[in-house]
Design a protein around this ligand. Structure first.
Ligand code: GDG
Length: 474
């Protein structure tokens, strides 16, 4: 990509591609499955867009390249930076801190230094490739310093930021030794987007208290005359794409095959999550295990399939979690002590999208019980796949999705007894009752897809007044 040619720039920790081995043994790029790429691809094509991100391998410098018509700009990370910026500060400091400290966040000054260094590298990259007055959209918690670093280099740009995870209340955020720098980093954006209104309010309140800027509702007034807007944009999925996939004969056949290989149980419950301590896997499995051991559910009637996609495997808390879940599943299955009967089928693996759709189609009850979650796309994907209006969703009230999916069977994942009774309610409800709930949820998901999410955010971003741009309303 030639310097200064992009009208629209996305900056994310990862590029939207994975390297795969081709049949002839060589390597090639494959677009990674994900709603964000799907939503932004058309915008990128229309605007000569570029995507800046890490390509996933340490200590490797790659030149910008084009894949499927998308301009991709790889950012280099050293082995130490992966450990300190990514696994360290991003995933062992910010991730637990922003998720209600459900695991203890670690604070290390070297990690912070790496975070600053890497954020600057991303900002410098963007400053080089963005055209005058271009729109730049920065994604997520790994890059919270980029907006201000980039604005210092390129005051003409229109900069948006979206946080995919929760933004914590002041009482927790203040633990961070670098709290002021993070707030000031985000204030370089014209528009700061969050999943939930409460998160935007947490941010505005912190800016007022810690940085001392004037605020009014969702607006922050900076001394230089600029304003920053903090608003909620609940993210969604490619809903039509999921439904279409779920309607294919292959997926329908595979769903039947899955149920068959589980012994055609009366009820199949399903969980699909990255193996992450925020997702409430322990609580959910305990609740199901107790339903079996106390006789509320019979092992002949109900099976729980839990897919736990490997994630952040070098981070200590994730290693501990992996062992814990292995032990817990072993105990639940062992306690039943009947040959050929396993109440929990545990799959520590990742699957293609079509297999995910088949699992969604096969499951009678989808169980999504995070202790805290920005949104939770799995809940929405399940709903999008249930064009038959069957199935039931058990959903934690601490997932962002809970405020949209009001007809789910909502639970407090810390309350094991409450979860047990909600799972039973979902299992035993009449088909009519579950269809009523599913219809309401489908209306919400199908009408609010990821394309609309991106369009809403970008429209607001182009409306924000930027006194430094030569061409303030492109
Ligand atoms: C963060 C926030 C927010 C999972 N396993 C496989 C697979 N997946 C896909 C799911 C879903 C996605 O990964 C997971 O999204 P979630 O929203 O559930 O959770 P996080 O990964 O924690 O995402 C979250 C999200 O960002 C978006 O803003 O909602 O709150 O934490 O799409 O389908 N996909 C495939 N194989 C797998 O094995 N193909």
């Amino acid at each position: 990509m030639v310097t200064g040619t992009a009208d629209f720039v996305v900056i994310a920790n990862r590029l939207p591609v994975d390297r795969v081995t081709s049949p002839d043994g060589g390597t090639m790029w494959r677009t990674s499955p994900g709603g964000l790429v799907t939503a932004l691809e058309p915008v990128m094509r229309r605007n000569g867009g570029a995507w800046i991100g890490w390509h996933g391998a340490a200590d490797e410098k790659l030149k910008p390249f084009v894949h499927n018509g998308l301009h991709l700009v790889p950012v280099h990370l050293s082995e130490d930076e992966v450990a300190e910026y990514y696994e360290g500060f991003s995933n062992s400091t910010l991730w637990p801190l922003y998720h209600d400290v459900v695991a203890p966040p670690e604070f290390h000054r070297e990690w912070w230094d790496a975070y600053v260094r890497v954020n600057r590298r991303f900002a410098e990259r963007a400053a080089k490739i963005a055209k005058p007055d271009a729109v730049v959209w920065v994604q997520d918690y790994q890059l919270q310093l980029v907006p201000t670093m980039l604005r210092e280099l390129r005051p003409d740009l229109r900069i948006g930021f979206f946080l995919h995870i929760p933004f914590p209340p002041a009482e927790l955020f203040q633990q961070l030794p670098w709290r002021r720098q993070i707030l000031e980093g985000l204030l370089g954006a014209d528009l700061v987007g969050f999943q939930m209104p409460g998160a935007a309010q947490n941010f505005v309140r912190l800016v007022r208290q810690r940085v001392g800027h004037k605020t009014h509702r969702d607006m922050i007034y900076l001394p230089d005359g600029r304003t920053v807007l903090a608003q909620a944009y609940p993210i969604s999925i490619d809903a039509a794409g999921f439904e279409e996939l779920a309607r294919t004969p292959e997926v329908i056949a595979r769903a039947a095959e899955i149920r068959e290989s589980l012994g055609n149980p009366r009820t199949m419950l399903l969980g699909i999550d990255r193996l992450d301590y925020t997702k409430g896997l322990r609580q959910r499995l305990r609740a199901f295990g107790e339903l079996i051991s106390d006789g509320s559910l019979h092992v002949d009637d109900a099976v729980f399939v839990q897919v736990a996609t490997p994630s952040r495997e070098r981070v200590d808390q994730y290693k501990i979690l992996r062992d814990d879940i292995n032990r817990l599943v072993g105990r639940i299955n062992g306690d039943v002590a009947r040959i050929g009967q396993q109440p929990v089928t545990y799959l520590h693996a990742s699957y293609p999208r079509a297999e995910m759709a088949a699992l969604y189609r096969a499951a009678d009850v989808m169980v999504v019980t995070p202790l805290r979650d920005g949104m939770n796309l799995v809940a929405k994907e399940y709903v999008a796949c249930r064009y038959d209006d069957r199935g039931a969703l058990v959903l934690s009230e601490f997932a962002g999705a809970a405020s949209e999916l009001k007809s789910a069977y909502q639970v407090n994942p810390h309350d094991i007894n409450g979860m047990k009774s909600m799972m039973l309610a979902a299992i035993n409800a009449s088909p009519r009752e579950n269809a009523r709930r599913m219809k309401a949820m489908r209306k919400q998901v199908m009408e609010n897809d990821i394309e609309l999410w991106a369009a809403n955010f970008l429209r607001e971003l182009t409306l924000v007044r930027n006194p430094h741009a030569k061409n303030p309303r492109p």
